[in-house]
Design a protein around this ligand. Structure first.
Ligand code: SF4
Ligand code: SF4
Length: 58
């Protein structure tokens, strides 16, 4: 599954815009979070992140 390292996320919102399934939200702490129930593992979010903090974890 795809996971965001929230410590390094700058909350830019790029991943939110690119996710075709609306699975990413910016939380109240200003960090992005993936709703694993909505994520379809398409992988579009990972390369768009300027901080490269979205990783595929097995
Ligand atoms: S892998 Fe695809 S569906 Fe899952 S959060 Fe990233 S862009 Fe959205
Ligand atoms: S694109 Fe990366 S830095 Fe920007 S909100 Fe998403 S996870 Fe955070």
């Amino acid at each position: 599954m795809y996971k965001i390292d929230q410590e390094k996320c700058i909350g830019c919102g790029m991943c939110v815009s690119v996710c075709p399934y609306g699975a990413i939200k910016i939380g109240t702490d200003g960090k992005a979070i993936i709703d694993q129930k909505k994520c379809q593992q398409c992988g579009k979010c990972a390369p768009i992140c300027p901080m490269q903090v979205i990783k595929l974890i097995k």
